[in-house]
Structure formats: structure tokens, C-alpha cells
Design a binder for this molecule. Sequence first.
Ligand code: FAE
Length: 521
Amino acid sequence: MDRKQFIKTNIALGIGLTASKIGSAFPLPTQKEDEHHRVIVIGTGYGAAVAALRLAEKGIKVIMLEMGMDWPARKDYNTFSKLLFPDKRSTWLKTRSILPFANIFTFKKYTGVLDRMDFDGLKVYAGRGVGGGSLVNGGMAVVPKRTYFEQILPAVNANEMYDKYFPLANRMLKVNSISPAFFESTPYYKFTRTARDQAHAAGYKTTFVPNVYDFGYMEKESRNEVYQSALNGEVVYGNNAGKQSLDKTYLAAALKTGNVEIRPLHQVNAIFKTGTGYKLVVDKINTGGHVDFVKDFHCDYLFVCAGSIGTSQLMVKAKATGALPELNNEIGEGWGNNGNVMAGRNFIKQGTGSKQSCIPTMAIDDWDNQDHPLFAEISPMPMKMETWTSLYLVITKIPDRGKFIYNPLTNKVSLKVPENFGSTATATVKQLMEKLNHANGGTNAGLLFKKGIDEKICYHPLGGCVLGKATDLYGRFKGYHKLYTCDGSLLPGSTGVNPFVTITAIAERNIEKIIAQDFLS
Ligand code: FAE
């Protein structure tokens, strides 16, 4: 008996079972009529948005199922919660805030915008809502170094990527750069200038990093001409203005075609093969996380783009439960954290400023270092007071990879990583901190993280359905037809830089081929 039959039988019998016994919340949800569509896309993050737009442009109707809320911009600039005093809109179905540190805020459970998933000691963050990670991320838009890209995805034509798809992704995402004059003069980037000077004193090179935040808008913020978003502590719980997130770029263009419909608060729980296509079992949830109703969606073509964790969990479960038995053994393998490590330094004698923009614009670039390659984003700590602290999100090169495992007792999929996962990354960042402290003074910020370094925080989950392994070279799942992924699960655990430009560019490359070969031919 599948879930639908189970619900129907129990309703018919009038049995007062709680829905929690079938994996949902009390009271027992109703089963709504099935729907059938030609194309369904799960998720509304980068990969999903690219797929939906390009299909819709060819006149193909697409339904997007997104577990998070829609967050339309409000005229009073109050769509999203503030950083310093977050409310329930900040956090996905938890009663306490979940930032890497200082979690003292409590609220009612709500389908808020930032989620944290805890696995095997790791804390993996993700965006929830129409726009996925683009709603909560720092907007850093970085094309990976070509030599490294060629190493991680040797079967992908790098000429094509660097001549066509990376520039296309940058254009579509509205990537822009801060003006050097504004950067050098504004108090809001003192924290970056200080960290840059200290990096140079320690012998490191730095590089400006482009962003999707509109720097023209930011300059107006600095002159108090418009609502202050990035300059007033907004980023990780959403920006109320200034950020060109996917809802303003790819998804806006997709909706404009008239061929795309987005269903928020629709959580896909299972995928099955049917005679001619696929069946999705979906919970329509409310903002408290309870299930309003359950519905089966059927489709001919399915794009699973729920992010590295979401896609891997759905596909591992489908393979393990026999719902998609022909998936190969690469499903759930090859997961990495992009070598993420967070680190902080105290007693920065030049000061880092009481005013800080939330949008990062610079990184320490030591990727060519043979022993300890790193790319360290200089991150803000917008506490509205001088903290004499520098914060870094460091991307390192680590060999360790995790895998997803299905537990039949709980019907859940978790992530397992090898023992000492991240020890190479910690060694790299220790060395970075030592060099910076040695050249400039300062100490590791033990109040922020244990010994000032935390390799358990992951903002960049990647892999689980790796390109060319779990899928063919264009994201088609091996073993099935008309079943695809386009998201971060395709990347083999590492990109050497912040990943969303790579995810977008690969999705553009893949969907072009898929449309030509699977839809138009
Ligand atoms: P993603 O954007 O995560 O979208 C997946 C979507 O699927 C989400 O909207 C989910 O709610 C939805 N979903 C998941 N499961 C289901 C389900 N079962 N049913 C229905 N819907 C579902 O995937 N990257 C950069 O390049 N630059 C940065 O500056 C940067 N900063 C970051 C800061 C933070 C705090 C975080 C958390 C991430 C940051 N990232 C950054 C990472 C970046 O946002 C991430 O790599 C991409 O968002 C991943 O894109 P995907 O398309 O894979």
C-alpha cells in the first residue's frame, strides 16, 4: 500500500491516526486529486531556474514545485527579517536562530528563509523559498580558475564553458563589480580594506570579487537616498532591496513567458517511475510546517533540482526503496563541502569599523599554493559596533568526500563523511591564521569558533549526483529517460570558488543540449 492508499483507507475507516505516523503533521491531511503535467521541475534555485526559463522560452509549459515560501518584494521593504534581531521569517521550521554563532533569538516555528541541516557533525546551510540559495547567499559571483575547472570536470569542454556559458551566466545573473573609488572611500568597506592590507603584509595576494548585489544601488544607500539593505545588516535572512536574486532575474524572465507556474510550499517527498513517466508524492504544507493536503503529481519529464542535499536525498531514497531501481551506484556518492572553513581573528589593531556592508567584495587568493591552496572570502561581521574582528569564509581543496545513506527505519536519508573529514582544510586555515597573526598581530577568535576555526560549517554543499557518474555528461540520470538534474548535486564536491556561477553555467550548457535532443528533435 503506498502513502496515498494508506491515507484513503484510513479516512474511509475513520481511523484517528496522527499524520506523524505517515511522516506528516497532525491532523491527518486529505489526499487531493492527482495532477498531470508534461514537465515538472523540483526546486527554484539556480539549476531549476535555468531549466525552467530555457524550456519556457521554447513554448514548453513547466510547473515548479518549491518547498519554501514565495517572498515577493514589499513596498515597505519588510519582506525579510533583519539580521541583528531576527524574527520567525529568518529560519526554516526551528524555534531558535541558526547562524554560525550568537544564536540567542527564539520564535515560533515558521517556513523561514534560511535552513540548517545537521549531519554527522556538519552544519549545512541552504536557502528555502522561491529563489533557493539566491535569497540568502552573499551574492559573490566567481568564475572558477580554468585550470581547476579542467581538473574537476575534465570531460566538459572548457573552451565552450569559458567562451559561452560562464559569460552567459554572468549576464543573466546581472553580475557587477564595486567601483574602486567607492570601495576605497566608504566606511562600509573598512573591514575589507583592513583585511586586504593585513593579507598583503603577510605575503598574500587579494582579488576583487564581482557580485549580484547592485553596487549602483549600494552607493545610493551610502548617500541615504534609498532604503538601506546591504548597508543595514541584511543578507543571510534575505535582502529587502538591492540584491538581484533569482526571483528578479531568471525566475522573473521565466514567469514572463507565461509558460511557468511556481507552486510554493509544495514539498516533494518521493519519486516513482510510472508506465510513461514519473509520479511525485507531494505535501502541500502551511507556514507552520503542517501538511494541508497530499497530492500526487505526474509528469513525462522530470527535473530534480532540489540542491545538492535535496536532490541527493530524493534520489538515494528512490533507489533504496525500489521506486527508481535502475539508478546506478553513483547516486549519493561524491559529496563535498567545497572545503569550507569559517575563521575569525580578534584584536585587529587598525579596526574593522562599526559600519559594515553585508556584501563581500574581496578574497585572499592563494589557490596556486602547492601545499595549502585557498580562496578566502573576506566576510563582514555587521554588529553595528567596532569589534576589532576579521571574519573569513575560506574555500580549500580537500580530498574527502561524503555519501548519502538511506535508513529504512526512519525512511530518511542522511549524509556520512569519513573520519577526520576536513582535517586538511583545518591545516590550511590554521596556517593562514598563523601567517596573518604573525605579520599583523591579532589572535584567533576563540569566542566565535573553537580556536577561531570551524570546519563544520558548510555554505557550499556540492555533489551527490555527479556529472558523468550518476548522470551522463548533460545531467540525464543513467538508467532512465526524461529524468534530469541541473543543480549543485552535479559538481564533484568542489569548485575552488563560491559555486553558484558554475552551477548556473553548467545548467545553461546542459539544458541547451537536453532541449535540442530530448524535446525538439
Ligand atoms: P538551491 O539554490 O539550494 O535550490 C534548491 C531549492 O530546492 C531550494 O529552494 C529548496 O527549498 C528546494 N527544495 C529542496 N528540497 C525540496 C523538496 N523536497 N521539494 C521541493 N523543493 C525542494 O540549489 N554561493 C556563491 O556562489 N556565492 C556566495 O556568496 C554564496 N554565499 C552563500 C551564503 C549562504 C549563507 C549560503 C547558505 C549559501 C551561499 N552560497 C554562495 C551557495 C549557493 O547559494 C548555492 O551553491 C546555490 O544556491 C545552490 O544552487 P542549487 O541550484 O544547487
